[in-house]
Write a protein that binds this ligand. Structure first.
Ligand code: NAD
Ligand code: WQD
Length: 341
């Protein structure tokens, strides 16, 4: 029988792509999502890609009683991939309690479920935000974490710590935190992708919406950074590549390959790309005449960050494969599909 995996937040951007990769690797997937930042149609589109609609339960994982009832019902779950969280950095500054309540309680309820129902394995969505602005680039897993600048970032660091402390006293538990850099792009089928509510905060959705005529002009936040072209540098990772890292992490856990029962890995490409380079690549591969202007820096932004992927390559046997060109094209194809262009 296929191994059953719980994917929390499986209707969301990264979760939906991971459900596809898991199903295509032969896993039986159960999705839990409260649809607070996603829609039910995503599950139908997953089914169009894989031929199978995952089992689905809609509830808030911050609700302990509902989470417990879920684990009673689904007694065959062997591992959890925990994506469900609120993720808007700016909003978290305005609504700290909502962010701490949602992101921390969900994590603790799931770990309670693992302990209570004997589930050993969890992969957690952490973020490069835990490194802040690092003193040395690229960042390795040993690069010190910095105090988070936002409640959102703080929830990622605290969730890592909760997992670590849980694993110390639960030796049968096996957990991996994946620290994502900047996930972008969409599935090559253009059936699933990123669908931000309202005005996008992130660069690539803002670019594709501008290219689609929904936004007038892209603002590039700052060209006076200490980088080769003055614009900020990030490590943009294709969402399908990122999703595959989760399948590899699940295999590492379930095959007993983890070196300790709490591990964490960088998931990026290892390449830093500036905002301007990304914008110019988008224009080159799509042929769209994207309107943009340089404005002042965005408050709270870091200058540059990109991953050292040596440890994730060696330990997970995983590395990013897709080029930034094909990734940006996939994001554009998805935007066009969504807008009927
Ligand atoms: P997303 O918002 O698209 O997906 C998260 C999903 O979780 C949504 O479908 C939402 O409805 C659901 N959800 C939220 N709170 C829930 C709750 N209490 N109970 C049940 N469902 C709930 O976000 P994403 O971009 O796919 O991110 C997935 C994870 O990866 C998040 O934990 C995020 O913090 C992390 N992450 C994202 C990025 C990024 O740039 N997208 C970078 C680093 C880390
Ligand atoms: C990328 C670059 C902007 C929009 C955020 C979170 C981080 C992680 C990933 C979850 C920056 C510039 C952006 C625009 C621009 N998420 N930009 N014009 O800020 O690196 O990271 O998402 O864990 O925690 O902070 O991503 O896509 O917002 O910005 O010039 O309209 O693009 O200033 O340099 P960021 P981003």
């Amino acid at each position: 029988m296929a191994t059953q995996i719980l994917v929390t937040g499986g209707a969301g951007f990264i979760g939906s792509h991971t459900v596809v990769e898991l199903q295509q690797a032969g896993y039986d997937v159960v999705v839990v999502d409260d649809l607070s930042n996603s829609s039910i149609e995503v599950l139908d589109n997953i089914a169009k890609i894989t031929g199978k609609r995952p089992a689905f339960e809609q509830f808030d994982l911050a609700d302990a009683a509902k989470t417990d009832a879920f684990f009673q019902k689904y007694s065959g779950i062997k591992a959890i991939i925990h994506f469900a969280a609120f993720k808007a950095v700016g909003e978290s500054v305005q609504k700290p309690l909502e962010y701490y309540r949602n992101n921390l309680n969900s994590m603790m309820n799931l770990l309670d479920g693992m302990r209570q129902y004997g589930i050993q394995h969890m992969v957690f969505s952490s973020s490069c935000t835990v490194y802040g602005q690092p003193d040395v680039l690229p960042v390795t897993e040993q690069t010190p974490r910095k105090p988070a600048e936002s409640p959102y970032g703080n929830t990622k660091a605290i969730c890592e710590d909760i997992m670590r402390d849980f694993c110390k006293v639960n030796p049968t538990a096996n957990c991996i935190a994946l620290r994502y850099f900047n996930p972008i792009g969409a599935h090559p089928s253009a059936l699933i992708g990123e669908l931000p509510v309202g005005v996008p905060n992130n660069l690539v959705p803002f670019i594709t919406q501008t290219a689609a005529g929904i936004r007038q002009e892209l603002s590039i936040f700052g060209d006076d950074y200490n980088t080769p072209d003055g614009t900020a540098v990030r490590d943009y990772i294709n969402v399908v590549d990122l999703s595959k890292a989760h399948v590899v992490a699940i295999e590492r856990l379930t095959n007993g390959k983890a070196k300790t029962n709490f591990e964490f890995f960088n998931v990026g490409t290892g390449n830093g790309l500036s905002v301007m380079e990304l914008v110019k690549t988008f224009i080159k591969v799509t042929g769209v005449d994207l309107k943009y202007k340089i404005v002042g820096r965005r408050a709270g932004d870091i200058e540059q960050i990109y991953a050292d992927t040596t440890i994730s390559c060696n330990e997970l046997g995983w590395q990013a494969e897709k080029t930034v060109e094909e990734t940006l094209l996939s994001a554009w194809n998805w935007e066009k599909k969504v807008r009927g262009l």
